[in-house]
Write a protein of this length. Structure first.
Length: 367
């Protein structure tokens, strides 16, 4: 081979190699993986029901304080995919998780979404017949899944103990495809499930009481398999939380207590949202022994006695617009009005009445 042809061949090789190296440097591998977290901001993610300082970015990692219990959620829904990430607990007995195929908002009376959880539990928790610290997978809050290597319930247990204790890093590879899910812990598949429902939804990171870190999150989307509407999680609708889970910022009233993801009244006084609303959609969960529904809402007033479950969690959903009042409790319409309004709607506070517990207080402002 002539010297000129040799130089040309080497040059061509380098020109081919350089783009591949640049792709790898930016987190885009040849095999189709893309970063799901950019290491700098929470672009593509949303804090659903935690405080403003619960989730932060430090040194290219997602840092979670663990307080309150709640979730950080992707803006995008995913159907079939491979998710890879690393995690570590900063304290022994730490608890956290990763949710796949999750709804957009928390389930009734719960801080977490309906979906399938991939457990992130620190080794010092120990292993029992009911759970392990090595990568259990299980459906929660209305989701379903058939476990492989189960123990009589819906939880799938790992076939091998491979997770490392705090503060060591662990690598997870989660494959979700057509309702089937598998988890590889530190390089080996140990946990599997099948027939999951829903099988298209959001990915969430869980805050549950202890500091935890995540890094090197990347995803590869796989071809779709046409899920039915019943197999698709509930989608984002523009609601945002009025309660941080850590304090009463945004509210005014005495004698109320922020109890992690729940809000409790300790005195016979009302709690008012500092922000006022005119046209809106609203949902919230509550439980109490009282006959009356413990809310006063803008453009409606006290809700009074409406059918609901006593002592159990209830979900109230309300839409108020000019000419429309629609109130549902636990999915059933309990009040509806359509007609002309004699006056324009005036902004007013959301008011919580004493005597119960509240959770998942969300609102969407309407034009």
């Amino acid at each position: 081979m002539s010297p000129l042809r040799c130089v040309m061949k080497k040059t061509l090789f380098l020109l081919t190699l350089i783009p591949l190296l640049l792709l790898a440097k930016n987190g885009f591998a040849e095999d189709g993986f893309k970063p799901i977290f950019n290491g700098k901001t929470f672009d593509g993610w949303r804090n659903i029901n935690c405080g403003p300082k619960t989730w932060s970015v430090k040194d290219g990692m997602i840092h979670c304080t663990g307080k309150p219990i709640g979730e950080l959620r992707t803006l995008k829904m995913y159907e079939n995919f491979i998710l890879e990430l690393e995690w570590r607990h900063l304290k022994p007995r730490g608890n956290a998780g990763i949710f796949v195929w999750a709804d957009a908002y928390p389930a009734k009376g719960q801080p977490f979404h309906r979906g399938v959880e991939v457990q992130v539990l620190e080794n010092a928790y120990g292993n029992t017949r009911g759970y392990t610290t090595h990568g259990d997978i299980f459906p929660i809050h209305g989701a379903t899944m058939t476990p492989i290597n189960g123990r009589g319930g819906s939880r799938a247990f790992p076939t091998e103990n491979r997770s490392k204790p705090s503060p060591e890093w662990n690598h997870y590879r989660v494959v979700c495809d057509d309702g089937k899910i598998s988890l590889a812990v530190n390089g080996k598949v140990v946990t599997r499930g099948t027939a999951a429902k829903p099988r298209q939804g959001y990915i969430c990171l869980e805050s549950e009481g202890s500091p935890v870190q995540f890094r090197n999150l990347k995803i590869k989307e796989l071809p779709g398999t046409n899920p039915t509407p019943e197999e698709i999680a509930k989608k984002e609708e523009g609601f945002y939380s009025l309660y941080t889970g850590v304090d009463l910022s945004g509210w005014a009233g005495d004698g109320w207590k922020s109890n992690d993801w729940r809000l409790t009244s300790g005195a016979a006084t009302k709690l008012f949202s500092r922000k006022q609303f005119a046209s809106y959609s609203f949902f919230a969960d509550w439980r109490s022994q009282a006959k009356s529904v413990p809310f006063e809402l803008p453009g409606i007033g006290p809700l009074g006695e409406l059918a609901h479950s006593k002592a159990r969690w209830n979900r109230l959903e309300v839409t108020r617009q000019p000419g429309l009042v629609l109130i549902t409790i636990n999915g059933k319409v309990v009040r509806k009005f359509l007609g002309k309004e004699p006056k324009p709607l005036k902004p007013a506070s959301i008011v919580l009445l004493p005597g119960g517990q509240f959770a998942n207080i969300f609102i969407k402002e309407l034009k």
